[in-house]
Design a protein. Structure first.
Length: 161
């Protein structure tokens, strides 16, 4: 009986793999709470997930085509300029990141609907002209509490050959 429970617990704890024929990447979802809200299609490769509810954690995956000499810090600065309109926007320290793909993390805080919110955007370079951006947003405390999950998703993000 105990052995059966151990196997059931191990099977339940396994990550779910996201893969879709309409996109050229995969990643693992570390918790069953993550559910897809926008499915990629042949005309729109965008995908979105929420962790329970949108305020707890929201993920958008976007692909950027950049010039060969594009520098990630310049892309992050461009993204920061787009976020400046957010009420109470404060950029936080960027971080170097490494998983299947290497990159940088852009962290920031803002206020929406009288709630303290955070953003954690992973800029992952797939090749000299392709950068994927994993945009996580959520209430500040919620996003911080699932940071191990956002890091896990970004670490397992891989481009299919």
């Amino acid at each position: 009986m105990a052995l059966t429970l151990m196997f059931a617990a191990a099977a339940f704890a396994q990550d779910q793999k996201f893969a879709d024929p309409n996109v050229d990447y995969t990643f693992d979802l570390p918790d069953a709470k993550w559910r897809m809200t926008v499915k990629p299609s042949a005309t729109s490769p965008n995908v979105e997930f929420v962790c329970g509810e949108r305020l707890a954690g929201h993920l958008e995956v976007r692909r950027l085509t950049v010039s060969k000499d594009a520098i990630l810090s310049d892309l992050i600065r461009d993204e920061e300029q787009k976020q400046l309109f957010l009420f109470g926007f404060i950029a936080r320290k960027n971080e170097v990141f490494s998983g299947h793909l290497r990159g940088e993390i852009f962290n920031f805080d803002y206020v929406a609907a009288s709630r303290n919110m955070s953003g954690r955007f992973y800029f992952l370079r797939a090749n000299p002209t392709t950068v994927y951006v994993l945009r996580f947003r959520g209430q500040d405390a919620s996003l911080r509490s699932i940071q191990n999950q956002t890091d896990s998703i970004a670490r397992t993000f891989a481009v299919r050959p």
